[in-house]
Design a protein around this ligand. Sequence first.
Ligand SMILES: Cc1cc2nc3c(=O)[nH]c(=O)nc-3n(C[C@H](O)[C@H](O)[C@H](O)COP(=O)(O)OP(=O)(O)OC[C@H]3O[C@@H](n4cnc5c(N)ncnc54)[C@H](O)[C@@H]3O)c2cc1C
Ligand code: FES
Length: 262
Amino acid sequence: MYIESCEILTHEAITKTVYRIVVSSERLARECYPGQFLHVKVREAIDPLLRRPLSVHRVIPKKNTIELLYRVVGHGTRLMSGLKSGELLNVMGPLGNGFDLETPFDHAVIVAGGMGGAPVFFLIDTLLDMGKQVTLIWGVGDGKEIFGIETFKARGVDVQIATEDGTVGKKGLVTDLLIPFLAKEKNNSTLCGFVCGPECMLSSVQKLAGKTSFPWQASLEERMACGIGVCRGCGVQLRNADMKMVCDDGPVFNLKEIYFEA
Ligand SMILES: Cc1cc2nc3c(=O)[nH]c(=O)nc-3n(C[C@H](O)[C@H](O)[C@H](O)COP(=O)(O)OP(=O)(O)OC[C@H]3O[C@@H](n4cnc5c(N)ncnc54)[C@H](O)[C@@H]3O)c2cc1C
Ligand code: FES
């Protein structure tokens, strides 16, 4: 883990609130692993004091580029959205464990909700390079936030989209697509599930995953301060009552072991 000031190559709005930023770093392009995150200092000033965690969205090793995809939700991300190409972005990372891709499986079913789509692109690129079969079930509120899927389809990914506004794919939630998928595949031992998104979605998927015989990995989001396991501020409880730190033990956990209140 290092701290590095990376040159911003491009910074574009995908929708009114979702931005993609591409930075240059030979080291990060070499070292980042799917499911890891960077702790971003959104500007060189005292305010905001804390870095903001953002998943590695995509890595293009040949170009030495790292992409982040983020939604403007508050003070930090609003400041970040004003950064321009040519400026520097100070990042700490790569942090976190990332997805376990060593576990034996042939077919990945990836369930993503909202900004949970951010880490999924790097995951899919890596799985395809490994020769795995991939099904992506991606749900968002606004169909304008769906992008990049034609490239995945062209590479053989089975892409299923759910939007709450009904403008792309099925009108509804990711679980409306996951339920029929699992009706056929719940005992398929060649599968591994991956899920990224808000807690309410993870909790719903956990209930469905509990009836499957294959493993599931979930990427969690918690508010973070240090990002390196020191402040003990990002705890998540497991069903066996253990407390784990999302930044250091995660952000990827066994979905079936996480304790959700709902
Ligand atoms: C490991 C990890 C990876 C993440 N990856 C991404 C990503 O790729 N793209 C992306 O858009 N967002 C991602 N997030 C969430 C992102 O870190 C927060 O949206 C961001 O820190 C908000 O900063 P802010 O100053 O704009 O908002 P604040 O002003 O701090 O808060 C605004 C709102 O956002 C909520 N919020 C703040 N921090 C978090 C957080 N860490 N997790 C969830 N909700 C939060 C607050 O509760 C509040 O409702 C990730 C979070 C984690 C822990
Ligand atoms: S953010 Fe400090 S321990 Fe996780």
